[in-house]
Write a protein of this length. Sequence first.
Length: 206
Amino acid sequence: MRITGKLTQWNDDRGFGFITLTGGQERIFIHIKAFGHRDRRPELNDIISFIRSKDKQGRDCAVQACLAGEKMRPKLIKPSRHKSALGPLLILALAGLITIALFQQMLPYQIAPFYLVVSTFTFLAYGLDKSAARRGCWRTRESTLQLMALIGGWPGALLAQRWLRHKSQKTSFRLMLWLMIAMNTSSLLWLLSATGQALLQQLELI
């Protein structure tokens, strides 16, 4: 049975909010994916028609939702897309570069475990953020995720986008992530240059 309520909380950037049921105080969680093909994005105080359901954790949520005045239309099926191999290739290239540099004693031995640990934490951060988004809980700042990528966690970020399908659609976030990858990679290549090698030797790191 379809019921209605007012959208009393909405975060358009993150694509979720809460509906307060008509004539009551109960709030129902709603995600942007609950809407089918729509004429516009939902806005605060919109009247929403929906079907009450349960999420994977057994909590109430809205599904098959539509804005007041719109008819429920089936969701458009997007053609399947092949996953890009660029991310895995970059990770393999990084691993190969570090392996060769360590073999030639051009980088401190701590560099490999550092990338591994930071990438693992970054992957976990993406997973926790996705879980928080589904539950409507406090989210990890995008700037924090980008900073983790900048200091060396970008392999974990790319794997999280590929496997967890999180933060893989927002264009501005993806562009910023590629900037973080470029900056981190440039710093690593600089350490392999003559100037970088001189600095590492001066610091007695190689």
